[in-house]
Write a protein that binds this ligand. Structure first.
Ligand SMILES: [Zn+2]
Length: 141
């Protein structure tokens, strides 16, 4: 029997999500293999590898166990290094998570809005002017 997956809390994410693609310079995206990193893997690496949090601190922040953080770090780091060594692209998308922040702003028209509690995905564009120059109103932790 598989364990039920626990929704992880993500405190920092690339906004808009469509910008979360990184690739080797000079190679079109349609010919380069892409490693997909989930938002949970991104968040685990962001907290532990970039913010220098302990795995225990990251687990508390994301609302999961320390072994879960350890698994996310293992798979996330593997994908990042595979992309760097093998010259692949990295896309951050998908996963089972909800954002810790709800508020967003638009650089084009200065509109500010909140997403609902049930909306787990980061918005792609401003609901008012459709620009994708948007940002999170909350500073990342
Ligand atoms: Zn706008």
């Amino acid at each position: 029997m598989t364990r039920p997956r626990k929704t992880k809390i993500v405190h920092g994410a690339p906004i808009p999500a469509s910008r979360a693609i990184f690739k080797p310079a000079g190679i079109p995206l349609n010919v380069v293999p892409v490693n997909n990193i989930t938002f949970e893997e991104y968040e685990a690496m962001r907290l532990v590898d970039w913010r220098s949090k302990s795995q225990f601190e990251a687990a508390t922040m994301m609302g999961v166990s320390q072994p879960s953080i350890s698994r996310l770090l293992t798979t996330g780091r593997q994908k990042v290094m595979d992309a760097l060594v093998m010259g692949k692209a990295i896309r951050i998308s998908g996963g089972d998570f909800r954002l810790a922040f709800r508020g967003f702003g638009c650089l084009s028209c200065d509109h500010k809005w909140e997403i609902g509690e049930s909306d787990s995905l980061a918005p792609e564009k401003c609901p008012k002017c459709e620009s994708n120059d948007i940002y999170s109103l909350k500073k990342e932790v």
